[in-house]
Write a protein that binds this ligand. Structure first.
Ligand code: NAD
Length: 417
């Protein structure tokens, strides 16, 4: 490729855009050189964050096409809401194919699409524009996951046999923007929003280091979804208020709890299990990520809320509410955990380093849109299983056309009673 530094353009400077930008202080050989956001105030404040951290000199562009045409831009990071995926990727592909500008690659936040058809379309568009593609699943690159996985495989697995069970969970008290709560816009409820992380990180932990994902074959998926908290009238009203009356969880809820069991086989036919849990009704200190990896003579466990220092504030400390201790923080008093380096612990720094290095070397990233398609296939099978109340063999025949009932506004567990 001959490029020494990668100029990156951000599409979407919201919550996740800012997380990525903060991680850039630990990313080498790259500068953030462009921002596009439909909200001009957000574009301005995001550009100011970039400059304040000294991680680039971004131009605010009026369109994705203009940003592709900017010679300072070599790669794009997509961090816009799920319902914009296809229009955003179509504009990128059109701009490149019609010669408006040149790009090396594109990265896209999770989930790659709201369903399998959308995820496959994202892959097809990246290939049509001959772009290297990175799927932004940060948890794989978490410092704890990377270190824990390598030690367990090098010591425990090498001497006593491969791990056979991986558990992972992501839980918090609910998303920060109304569109996440709406099944049609987001693609589902918490299963689509957060189980995408848990499914992929558990699969990654079970996969031998350096060996491709095809060494594990998914054979069966069993899942359950519920709405445990947010259909209670008090919380229905709360959601109405944060959305100017748009969210109607009494009649059009999405699941706030989901669990899944994915049965895999390894290359020797041995059974392996992935067990995942996600929820939007965990009221603890804040976001909690947990993972476990179990083998014949060993185990490994991670809990993001146990990773750093703890602070204690007495009842006389009446500060403002914030997210300065931990993401999705629920309290500012009492004994509270602090995540010292959220960008590293959640995986953003390692993820972005990897994507930049791969693009500069002209290589497809290790985590790419094909992985995003695989994740979506597993999630849609999980929705099928939950809707049908039975285990579903993988892959089911109608996977490519399946849209979960919750994404069609047709799921309401209360109607069963
Ligand atoms: N990896 C993670 O853990 C993680 C965490 C949060 C969000 N995400 C993903 O990141 C994406 C964005 O989530 P968020 O929390 O930042 O959402 P958000 O609503 O906070 O921010 C989205 C931003 O995109 C802008 N936008 C909307 N449509 C646009 C368009 N067509 N073109 C340009 N800008 C547009 C909005 O103005 C806003 O600034 C979602 O797909 C979400 O699933 C991932």
């Amino acid at each position: 490729m001959g490029k020494k530094r990668l100029g990156v353009g951000f599409i979407g400077g919201g919550f996740i855009g800012r997380f990525h930008i903060r991680s850039w202080v630990g990313v080498r050989d790259s500068d953030i050189m462009g921002i596009v956001d439909v909200n001009s105030d957000t574009a301005e404040s995001t550009a100011a964050l970039v400059k304040g951290l000294n991680v680039g000199e971004p131009t605010i562009h009026g369109s994705i096409t203009d940003m592709v045409a900017d010679p300072n831009i070599d790669a794009l990071w997509i961090g816009t809401p799920n319902f914009t995926r296809i229009e955003v990727m179509e504009e990128i592909a059109d701009a490149v194919v019609s010669g408006k500008g040149e790009l090396i690659g594109v990265c896209c936040e999770k989930p790659l699409g709201r369903n399998v058809a959308e995820a496959k379309k994202m892959l097809e568009l990246a290939q049509k524009a001959s772009l290297l593609d990175g799927y932004l699943e940060d948890q794989l690159f978490s410092t704890s996951v990377q270190r824990g996985k390598s030690i367990v495989w090098a010591r425990g697995a090498a001497l006593t046999g491969r791990p056979f069970l991986a558990r992972s969970a992501e839980e918090h008290s609910g998303p920060h923007m109304p569109w996440f709560w709406e099944g049609e816009l987001q693609g589902g409820g918490v299963l689509n929003d957060m189980m995408c992380h848990s499914v992929e990180v558990a699969r990654y932990l079970l996969t031998e280091p350096g060996v491709p994902r095809e060494s594990l074959t998914p054979v069966k998926v069993t899942a359950h979804t519920s709405c445990l908290k947010w259909q209670d009238p008090h919380y229905v009203e709360q959601l109405k208020q944060i959305s100017d009356g748009k969210l109607d969880y009494a009649n059009r809820p999405a699941e706030d709890f989901a669990r899944g069991l994915i049965e895999y086989r390894d290359n020797d036919g041995n059974p392996l299990i992935v067990e995942v849990t996600t929820s939007w009704c965990f009221v603890g200190a804040g976001l909690r990520l947990s993972m476990e990896l179990l083998g014949p003579e060993y185990s490994m466990s991670i809990n993001s809320l146990d990773a750093g220092p703890k602070v204690f504030f007495s009842r006389n400390v009446h500060g403002e509410t914030g997210e300065d201790l931990v993401e999705k923080q629920n309290a500012e008093m009492g004994l509270m955990p602090v995540i010292a380096d959220e960008e590293g612990e959640y995986g953003y720094t390692g993820e972005n380093r990897h994507m930049v290095e791969a693009f500069l070397a002209g290589n497809r990233p290790d985590e790419n849109f094909s992985d995003g398609v695989n994740v979506t296939e597993l999630l849609m099978t999980a929705y099928m299983s939950a809707e049908q109340g039975r285990s579903v063999e993988f892959p089911p025949s109608d996977l490519d056309t399946f849209i979960p009932a919750v994404a069609q506004g047709k799921w309401n567990p209360k109607e069963k009673n």
